[in-house]
Design a protein around this ligand. Structure first.
Ligand SMILES: NC(=O)c1ccc[n+]([C@@H]2O[C@H](COP(=O)([O-])OP(=O)(O)OC[C@H]3O[C@@H](n4cnc5c(N)ncnc54)[C@H](OP(=O)(O)O)[C@@H]3O)[C@@H](O)[C@H]2O)c1
Length: 324
């Protein structure tokens, strides 16, 4: 069994990892570290696990676990690693954006591989440590990677994406407060969202400079999921680009191209990404959707663990969509 430590266990991605790993046939949770709840039962933060686990949060780290998942807010992963040393053999999977960019990928002599399996499965299989991609970044990249690889993304790309409130973490803010969020919608960080950096690095990694990305993130009044629409000028036929996407994702178990228009609920509570293509005159519209806490965070983190430990990618991740 793979011995796992989870750090930041009372947050949203930490909770989702606990849920996944309690049901993972090849992994066991060794400890769940919490700065605020040491000694309290896991169910004090995640009451849905009542009757499922008797685990308690701890304030102690077991430095010899096989893999440690860091589920901390931005800036806290490097701080945590400075204060808590792990064995050389412990693999770190960091869910924050601290180590995602190439310029940030080395820390304390550790190299972090960008963990998007559809982009770089072989590197992930060989990786010692993983920088898990962002949730918007995952949705948008999975919508655009096939075009980038084919050199067909040189014109401007306009991206509009809407996320559920869990994307902002468990801490309450004015825009995640029920009274503000319910029956409401708004944009934020127009054209400047921090995920543009990792998206750009991945799209450009195929050797052709991508056109300018205009990204408008939106807050939706639902709890989980991201639906992104990206459109760009495109001269080819719909049939050819559908084939391009089918070929690109033919070996990927979680990303699928849909002939039918997609909606959010078909992927929520799963580790799937669904992609749909539509052409209008000379414009190609790509729609992509994921669950931000699964394919956008903890599900992808487990997928990366599976790859690093030589397991089937789907191990512990065969989940059921909520649908209704
Ligand atoms: N939410 C998403 O959809 C999503 C998707 C992809 C990536 N991410 C990234 O994953 C990381 C965790 O996200 P999350 O949504 O799980 O966040 P969260 O709900 O806010 O949880 C973070 C947890 O980290 C712990 N923590 C310890 N020291 C902290 C500090 N100084 N400041 C803040 N938290 C501290 C807290 O748990 P304890 O009290 O138990 O220690 C806190 O509950 C973030 O870097 C985020 O950007 C999130």
């Amino acid at each position: 069994m793979i011995k796992v430590g989870i750090i930041g266990g009372s947050g949203y991605t930490g909770g989702e990892l606990i849920r996944l790993l309690l049901n993972h046939p090849e992994a066991e949770i060794d400890f769940v570290f919490s700065t605020t709840r040491a000694g309290k039962p896991i169910t004090s933060a995640h009451p849905d696990l009542l009757g499922v686990t008797n685990l308690e949060f701890t304030g102690e780290v077991n430095s010899s676990v096989d893999v440690a998942f860091l589920c901390l807010g931005h800036g806290n992963s490097s701080k945590f690693l400075k204060e808590n040393a792990f064995d050389q053999t412990t693999k770190i999977v960091d869910l924050s954006n601290e180590f995602r960019l190439k310029a940030d990928a080395t820390f304390q002599g550790k190299t972090f591989v960008y963990g998007l399996p559809e982009l770089s499965k072989e590197s992930i299989e060989q990786a010692e440590n993983i920088a898990n991609p962002g949730c918007f970044a995952t949705t948008i990249q999975l919508g655009l990677l096939p075009l980038a690889k084919a050199g067909l993304l040189q014109n401007q790309v306009h991206i509009n994406a809407v996320t559920g409130s869990t994307g902002a973490g468990v801490g309450l803010s004015s825009t995640s407060h029920f009274s503000w969020r319910n029956n409401n919608v708004s944009w934020y960080k127009p054209f400047t969202h921090q995920h543009l950096g990792e998206i750009g690095e991945s799209l450009d990694s195929y050797g052709t400079k991508t056109g300018k990305l205009y990204f408008l993130p939106n807050r939706g009044n639902f709890t989980r999921g991201i639906l992104a629409t990206s459109y760009t000028q495109f001269d080819g036929s719909l049939e050819d680009v559908q084939q391009l996407y089918q070929d690109f994702y033919k070996d990927d178990v979680f990303t699928h191209v849909s002939d039918e228009p997609i909606h959010l609920k078909q992927v929520v509570n799963t580790n799937q990404c669904h992609v749909h293509l539509h052409k209008h005159e000379d414009t190609l519209l790509v729609t992509s959707a994921i669950d931000n806490l699964l394919k956008g965070a903890s599900g992808q983190a487990v997928q990366n663990m599976n790859l690093m430990f030589g397991l089937e990618e789907t191990t512990g991740l065969q989940l059921k969509a909520g649908v209704f």
